[in-house]
Design a protein around this ligand. Structure first.
Ligand SMILES: Nc1ncnc2c1ncn2[C@@H]1O[C@H](COP(=O)(O)OP(=O)(O)OP(=O)(O)O)[C@@H](O)[C@H]1O
Ligand SMILES: O=P(O)(O)OC[C@H]1O[C@H](OP(=O)(O)OP(=O)(O)O)[C@H](O)[C@@H]1O
Ligand SMILES: O=C(O)c1cccnc1
Length: 488
């Protein structure tokens, strides 16, 4: 069993500890802060990203504890005083945490996770939260691009061997499944997350036997119900496919069994798949699938389909599991407010670029759906205590070009911000990975087709409520008076 109970508390950057120690020194331990995790750019210039990793983060939070060895190590650095070390050794979580559920399309600038609680606690969670959510959002988003390009053909995730480490393999497989992959070759991920396991054979199997024919024959005898043969070890057309057909005839046919597929892993996949298809059909194996693999990605998959390659499924590893084309999901964690009594004092991080400005205050994210088409029209970020009544129409404005307005009628607003922890207690009913994947499928159906394309996808609106925008701009105006710095 994957060790979900392992203690990851010290997956943090050292500065979290030096800051936390400072907060304690300053008497800030009870000061309540609000931090948001959000991201700024959708990988690969896509139209949306996919939320993933929350359940893995919950596992880590459930096991937060500084062990005596951790405390001893920290003492040994000579940086921290005994009061702080004592605080850490009694560390307990009191935070409220909200998040957008896994499997939901997410967009730049909106809070995808919000942590509210004692400043020290919020600060100590930063890296653990970011590493978990950044990784799985990245892989789920990449996997979904590949799955979309496969246009309904199953995509098997084959990435474990090329992943950047064990966790990247196992949790990458989890994220890939959420993003739409049909199965994983990674046994640990399949076992622990209930993902269908699948696989074919390696070239080593074919090489191991005196001949390709004998290798295929033995495999078909052993696995007559799930027979997939790798046909490219020597020569796809001259030996691989003819030997596969021979074995299907000799081993499977007499048992009344049908082959599942052949796999092509090199050469011109479009050309070879068309030739192989003809040979299989001519031999009476119209139902035998053709699986393609070999450094595929969404563009090669799309291209293969454009070339009318006869491919029924794809096996995809390295480009998927490492999100090779754009391998950083730049989620950040920024302070949005601190509490003074019952009041939230807004906090902002200023930037030269308007897009990089943070959005102050404790917030909620709402998704506006059209009643008739059921499509998501825009996301609407409000202050936490605002209710969104669509009524006769909801007028939203572009937060950067405020004169651009749009009124949504016949719409409903669904709040995406979901309570996960209340005062340190888990209150979220954790869905299974399969349920998350199903949620993802449904949610993606609610996006306009134009957002799914790879080139210049439709830009989705993430708008701010008037109250939030006013707060942000009041702060900017005040700051620019003090610093002379403007955000635009
Ligand atoms: N018809 C095709 N259209 C576009 N890309 C293709 C097509 N056929 C194969 N490819 C891709 O081209 C690349 C070919 O890789 P490479 O140059 O390593 O050749 P190879 O056939 O795999 O050689 P090797 O036998 O050494 O594995 C792979 O990424 C593969 O997915
Ligand atoms: O190319 P990817 O998208 O990462 O897909 C996985 C690759 O891993 C295997 O190759 P490998 O050479 O590791 O082993 P093999 O002998 O089974 O082909 C498989 O044959 C694929 O080519
Ligand atoms: O089962 C397979 O065919 C497989 C698994 C991992 C990597 N490449 C191929």
């Amino acid at each position: 069993m994957l060790d979900v109970k392992r203690n990851l508390t010290t997956i943090m950057d050292f500065y979290e500890l030096t800051m936390a120690a400072g907060y304690l020194e300053e008497g800030y331990e009870d000061k309540i802060s609000v931090f948001d995790m959000f991201f700024r750019k959708i990988p690969d210039g896509g139209g949306f990203a996919i939320m993933a990793g929350l359940d893995t983060f919950i596992d880590a939070v459930e096991n937060l504890k500084f062990t005596p060895e951790d405390i001893e190590y920290l003492r040994g650095t000579g940086v921290f005083n005994e009061r702080f070390l004592d605080y850490l050794s009694h560390f307990e979580l009191h935070c409220n945490i909200w998040a957008i559920p896994e499997g939901t399309p997410i967009f730049p600038r909106e809070p995808i996770v919000t942590v509210e609680g004692p400043s020290i606690e919020c600060q100590l969670l930063e890296t653990l939260l970011l590493v978990t959510i950044n990784h799985q959002c990245l892989v789920a988003t990449k996997a979904n691009r590949i799955v979309r390009s496969a246009q309904g053909r199953p995509v098997m995730e084959f990435g474990a061997r090329r992943a950047q480490g064990y966790d990247a393999a196992v949790y990458g497989a989890r994220a890939a499944y959420i993003g739409g992959c049909s199965s994983t070759s990674c046994v640990m991920a399949a076992r622990d997350f209930g993902i269908p396991a699948s696989g074919t054979m390696a070239h080593s199997w074919v090489q191991m036997f005196p001949s390709e024919y004998e290798a295929f024959k033995k495999y078909a005898e052993l696995y007559p119900d799930s027979c997939v043969l790798l046909v490219d070890t020597y020569n796809v057309m001259k030996s691989g496919v003819p030997n596969a057909i021979k074995v299907f005839d000799e081993v499977l046919k007499p048992q009344g069994k049908r082959p599942v597929a052949i796999r092509i892993d090199s050469g011109d996949i479009a050309y070879l798949s068309k030739k192989a298809r003809k040979m299989l059909d001519a031999a009476g194996y119209e139902d035998c699938g053709i699986c393609a693999s070999n450094s595929l990605d969404e563009y090669i998959v799309r291209d293969l389909i454009l070339q009318e390659a006869k491919i029924d499924s794809f096996g995809i590893g390295e480009n998927l599991i490492t999100a090779k084309s754009d391998p950083v999901f730049g989620g950040v964690y920024k302070l949005a407010a601190v509490k003074d009594g019952e009041d939230y004092i807004p906090k902002i991080k200023v930037s030269e670029s308007a897009e990089k400005l943070t959005i102050p205050l404790l917030k909620k994210v709402w998704r506006i759906y059209d009643h008739y088409t059921k499509k998501a029209m825009a996301d609407y970020v409000t202050v936490y205590d605002e209710e969104v009544e669509v009524g006769d129409g909801l007028t939203l404005f572009d937060p950067f070009q405020t004169w651009k307005e749009r009124t949504y009628t016949n719409c409903s607003a669904v709040c995406l911000t979901t309570p996960i922890y209340e005062k340190g207690k888990l209150v979220y009913e954790r869905p299974t990975v399969k349920e998350i994947r199903e949620r993802c499928t449904v949610q993606l159906e609610n996006l306009w087709e134009e957002m799914r394309r790879f080139e210049y996808p439709h830009k989705y609106y993430v708008d701010l409520s008037q109250k939030l925008w006013d707060c942000q701009h009041k702060m900017l105006t005040e700051l620019s008076k003090v610093t002379g710095k403007s955000a635009e």
